[in-house]
Design a protein around this ligand. Structure first.
Ligand code: PGA
Length: 257
């Protein structure tokens, strides 16, 4: 089955409203790039969602970097899935390693968030990936398997194919270091096998699996050349409008419309 490629930018805690607007206007001057057969999403801080909603090119979707799993209530500082959906958000990053490591998110919390995002009609981007120690111990497959299974435990097999999984080795995030494309492709293929075992062949063939960690316009092409890698989740390199446009050009090259 042909899966549409996806380029997702994760801005983390970067860009004010004015800076977000300038980014949207800059990529808007190259809007034709986004008309090709792939999907694009930008995930800004919550404060910049609105300005991007009204300024991004029509083919670039809005994403969020986090969500709370409860619908409403006394959860100071949190934002619900319904609130995000109403604000125009279509994708939500869940279980990013910075959330897991800096903010103590467990697999159980990640699972509830994935479920809440799907329930609100949005697409979760579930992040999985080993840290350096786990890699050195040879536990990479085991770690991504556990995180994938746990994150999707509450997801009906009939909907599992809607989820996006991002394989992000923790040691590659923001470090300038990456696994080789073949290595990343092997781990991503393993994630697809886990999906098949857990959710069936249909879900496994539909689910889009991204690579993330020090992706740039220069190395992106080699990652998406791997059969099982359907796109990228990009941090630092997604902040620059020219870089984002260049990556959009790379990802659409050879992608089916
Ligand atoms: P990076 O971040 O591209 O800056 O390595 C990726 C991510 O954390 O999603």
């Amino acid at each position: 089955m042909t899966r549409r490629r996806l380029l997702a930018g994760n801005w983390k805690m970067n860009k004010t409203v004015a800076e977000a607007r300038a980014f949207a206007e800059a990529i808007g001057r190259r809007a034709e790039v986004f008309e090709a057969g792939a999907d694009f999403v930008v995930c800004p801080p919550f404060t910049a969602l609105h300005v991007l909603r009204v300024t991004l090119p029509a083919r670039v979707a809005l994403g969020a970097q986090n969500v709370h799993f409860e619908e409403r209530g006394a959860f100071t500082g949190e934002v619900s899935a319904e609130m995000l959906a109403e604000a125009g958000v279509r994708y939500v990053i869940v279980g990013h390693s910075e959330r897991r490591h800096l903010f103590g998110e467990t697999d159980a919390v990640v699972e509830k968030k994935v479920t809440a995002v799907l329930h609100a009609g949005m697409t979760p981007i579930l992040c999985v990936g080993e840290d350096l120690r786990e890699r050195q111990l040879g536990h990479t497959e085991r770690v991504v398997e556990r995180q994938t299974k746990a994150g999707l435990a509450g997801v009906d097999p009939g909907r599992a194919g809607e989820v996006v999984v991002a394989y992000e080795p923790v040691w590659a995030i923001g470090s300038g270091q990456t696994p080789t494309p073949e290595d990343a492709g092997r781990v991503v293929a393993h994630i697809r096998r886990v999906m098949e075992r857990e959710k069936g062949a249909e879900a496994a063939s539909r689910v889009r699996i991204l690579y993330g960690g020090s992706v740039t316009a220069d190395n992106l092409g080699a990652f998406v050349a791997e059969a099982d890698i359907d796109g990228a989740l990009v941090g630092g390199a997604s902040l620059n409008p020219d870089g984002f446009v260049r990556m959009a050009e790379v990802i659409t090259k050879g992608a089916s419309a």
